[in-house]
Design a protein around this ligand. Structure first.
Ligand code: MF3
Ligand code: CO
Length: 347
């Protein structure tokens, strides 16, 4: 990734889809950036080919401009052979400078460390989860392992969530609260969703576990949910759109006779637990935010055997259950979008 902007080297005002260059270029700014903006300062369609390309991208992705108040400028292959570069400017600041949506190298280093602990924690759960165990015992394992690694379980006291991990059995879609009264029984499928804060950086992932002898129809649900997650990850390529990811997941789930939960989605993660963008697991190709290098977000489709409708248990305000009581499965990866593809940070 080219680091194109230093601080507020370039200030851009986004006025109804027209980008104006208003600032001074820093001495150390990439000359190609300077060129692009210097040619502009005018209206849509004016200026040189680089500028026209920028405006074209802006107009083609109005959600980005309107929803995030930012300008996306893409240097196409023709202008810069072999290189694609992007500048995302939010309120006049480069995201590379403020880490909003696209991470700085320093942030990424911290996020990677957090994600390593998160994966080690999932491996530890995988090695120790047992039939007959209470979900409170899983919570205990998560708390001990995380704090032993000088980290904090992100769910703990997050918006009032009382435990360190979400444990979601059978018809529980997500956000199940561990309890001393709830036990893993033969034939259950359970999602264990762990999130870690290390030196202020966040990571998030989950896996499914099959307890004892699980019915083939449930095994298939767990398997297809995993495939949906993997297809989502494969589709989350730089310069694709978030709608491409949702559409690919939805197609695979529905082809297998399942449904995709609509009310909960994946999310940006790294600087905060939940941040932009929302990553829906259903949708239309060619719509939604442009996926750009430097983003870190989760893909975590919740796949239901029956209806996609869900409700939140009023008794605790957290537990999300399927409306029809049929089972649900979920696998979650957290990924980094790179120049040429993506990298799984934790899963
Ligand atoms: N880890 C969940 C996710 O994937 C969020 C859990 S929020 C909590 O986004 F408060 F329930 F922990
Ligand atoms: Co998540």
């Amino acid at each position: 990734m080219l680091t194109l902007l230093a601080g507020q080297a370039h200030n851009v005002i986004n006025a109804g889809g027209i980008a104006y260059h208003t600032g001074q270029c820093a001495q150390d700014a990439d000359p190609r950036v300077h060129q692009a903006f210097a040619a502009g300062g005018g209206a849509a369609g004016g200026g040189d080919p680089l500028r026209r390309q920028a405006v074209k991208v802006l107009l083609a992705a109005p959600q980005n401009a309107v929803f995030f108040h930012q300008v996306i400028l893409v240097f196409g292959k023709q202008q810069l052979p072999g290189k694609k570069a992007v500048i995302i400017i939010s309120n006049g600041k480069s995201t590379r400078a403020n880490g909003y949506l696209s991470r700085t190298e320093e942030q990424l280093a911290g996020i990677r460390e957090s994600a390593k602990i998160n994966t080690a924690l999932l491996d530890y759960i995988s090695a120790n989860i047992r039939e007959g165990m209470s979900t409170a015992e899983i919570d205990h394992m998560v708390y001990e392992f995380t704090t032993d690694h000088d980290a904090i379980p992100a769910p703990f006291m997050y918006e009032g969530f009382p435990k360190s991990v979400c444990t979601s059995i059978n018809d529980v879609v997500c956000h199940g609260i561990p309890s001393t009264k709830e036990f893993l029984r033969n034939g259950d499928i359970v999602n264990v969703d762990v999130s870690t804060i290390y030196k202020g950086y966040f990571s998030d992932a989950s896996r499914m576990y099959m307890i004892g002898e699980v019915k083939p129809e449930l095994q298939r649900l767990v398997q297809v949910a995993k495939e949906c997650r993997d297809i989502g990850v494969q589709t989350a390529q730089p310069w694709a759109r978030l709608g491409d990811v949702g559409a690919a997941i939805q197609e695979h789930a529905e082809k297998n006779g399942y449904s995709v939960v609509r009310d909960l989605c994946g999310h940006g993660v790294g600087i905060k637990f939940h941040e932009e963008p929302d990553v829906e697991h259903f949708g239309k190709r060619g719509t939604g935010m442009l996926i750009v290098p430097g983003m870190t977000f989760t893909i975590e489709p919740m796949i239901n055997m029956g209806t996609y409708e869900v409700f939140i248990d009023e008794a605790d305000g957290w537990t999300v259950c399927t409306d029809d009581g049929l089972p649900s499965a979920q696998w979650e990866s957290m990924i980094l979008i790179t120049e040429n593809g993506n990298e799984i940070l934790t899963e």
